[in-house]
Design a protein around this ligand. Structure first.
Ligand code: ADP
Length: 157
């Protein structure tokens, strides 16, 4: 099955990567999809976020990346994608994700949402926490893949 993993990835973290790697073992093809929401402000440009994702997935043969705007479900329909992956860290994620998944189910019942639980070591991890640490010159090596940590550090220099 071909699935998408939609999100902001501002920036991609080890928590996202763990979900991507695990999904790539279960599903035939995974597309990491930057969904740009015009009412949201991002720290990194779409091009930078996409480049960071591409660096991180280069050794995963069945994983690709893309970006889109509008409704995630419309992207899925247009590209004949049957499933959507989301990660869940804690109860707050669950409440939000359940609402989104139910809306998507109403919009198109053919597209399934699959939830993967965060590994305990990443359940604290978010893009925003990573940015706060990076901005204050803290150590982000436990938060983001090694290959992109310099890009993030230099952004805040
Ligand atoms: P969005 O703005 O769509 O929530 P994010 O990039 O913050 O975009 O998250 C994309 C997806 O990755 C969401 O399903 C989120 O729950 C999941 N995710 C984020 N961080 C982690 C983590 N540390 N462990 C597991 N899943 C995560």
């Amino acid at each position: 099955m071909k699935v998408i993993f939609p999100g902001s990835f501002d920036p991609i973290t080890k928590g996202h990567m763990d979900i991507i790697e695990r999904a790539s073992k279960v599903f035939g093809e995974v597309i990491v999809l930057i969904m740009d929401n015009p009412s949201k402000e991002y720290t990194f440009s779409k091009e930078m976020r996409l480049a960071m994702i591409e660096t991180c997935i280069q050794n995963l043969p069945n994983v690709t990346s893309d970006s889109s705007t509008g409704l995630t479900i419309d992207y899925a329909k247009k590209h004949h994608i049957q499933g959507l992956i989301r990660g869940i860290r804690e109860v707050m994620d669950y409440e939000y994700e359940m609402q989104q998944a139910t809306i998507n189910m109403l919009l198109d019942p053919q597209i399934e949402t699959f939830f993967l639980l965060s590994r305990p070591e990443y359940s604290f991890l978010s893009s925003s926490a990573t940015k706060i640490v990076a901005k204050n010159k803290g150590d982000i090596t436990r938060f983001v893949p090694k290959c992109i940590s310099d890009v993030i550090k230099s952004y805040y220099q």
